[in-house]
Design a protein around this ligand. Structure first.
Ligand code: GRF
Length: 284
């Protein structure tokens, strides 16, 4: 049961305890406040009292829970939770999940982690894998996970419609680059403003730009004698590895590190953070 809740709300054990505590304390506060307010009206306990009490606690509950969530550090979770309830009961049309397209050209280990992270989510769906390399490992991942894949070709991507119609047909809301080596054309950036993000295997603005991908990055970092490297998650603009940085995490570069061992450390960081950062971006 607790494991299910952790997976559903995408939280760790500590946050789960704090969320449950917020529900309990917020609920008690709401009941207490409801009774105090009714006392002020001088109403006798009876059917009217019960109806009014139910009405009052329904109105007070979001307020009380949000109030309690602040000291317990769970405000962001409850804000999102209450918004979702509001949408459900407010008669607003449910617009369905946020659809992500992952663009990848390689093995796809990041794609795999992102897919796993959102599997079972009702609000976020990895709806499409876009790839420019017929032999890329990420295509097998897409097939295994039953996610539609779109194999793109250079001419149409750079000089045609950049597959924008295709992406819109699939209702793609966010484009996540995960080891995608082609530059993103301006038309696609214009069609998805602030909706395209990338992960770079170094601490930008250093070691970014044309030709700075895969092993090249780690070789350059080691050759420069850096003591630290890391990952940068950033918005994509017209320049390589240049858009506004959303998140960075670092790791040490040790004397005996090789480009291969550094790549492993970086991959571990990417897998730990990229899915989570995407999730929190989508909650904003
Ligand atoms: C990652 O290191 C990412 O930072 C870079 O390309 C690599 C992709 O790895 N942009 P994978 O295909 O996700 O395993």
């Amino acid at each position: 049961m607790l494991e299910k809740l952790k997976a559903r709300w995408k939280v760790n054990g500590v946050n789960l305890v704090l969320i449950i505590a917020t529900f309990a304390l917020g609920g008690s506060l709401c009941g207490w406040a409801g009774r105090r307010l009714l006392l002020l009206t001088g109403l006798e306990k009876g059917i009217t009292w019960i109806v009014l009490y139910i009405l009052l606690i329904t109105l007070l509950w979001p307020l009380c829970v949000l109030l309690i969530s602040i000291p317990l550090g769970q405000f962001a979770f409850f804000k999102h939770y209450i918004q979702r309830i509001g949408k459900k009961f407010g008669g607003k049309k449910n617009n369905g999940p946020v659809n992500i397209a992952i663009f990848a050209s390689g093995a796809g280990s990041n794609a795999q982690k992102i897919i796993e992270h959102f599997a079972g989510s009702h609000t976020v769906k990895v709806a499409l894998i876009v790839c420019n390399k017929p032999t890329a490992g990420v295509l097998s991942i897409a097939a295994d996970q039953h996610i539609p894949a779109l194999l793109i070709e250079k001419e149409r991507f750079f000089n045609g419609d950049s597959y924008i119609a295709e992406l819109q047909k699939q209702h793609i809301d966010l484009i996540v680059l995960a080891g995608f080596l082609w530059k993103i054309p301006s038309s696609l950036i214009a069609a998805y403003p602030k909706k395209i993000i990338n992960i770079h295997p170094a601490l930008l603005p250093k070691y970014g730009g044309k030709g700075m991908y895969g092993g090249n990055v780690h070789e350059a970092v080691i050759a420069a004698g850096e003591k630290e490297s890391g990952i940068s998650i950033h918005y994509v603009d017209e320049l390589y590895d240049h858009g506004k940085i959303i998140f960075q995490a670092s790791c040490s570069v040790d004397e005996n590190d090789t480009p291969g061992s550094l790549a492993e450390k970086i991959h571990r960081l990417e897998h730990a953070h990229y899915p989570r950062v995407i999730g929190s971006l989508l909650q904003k």
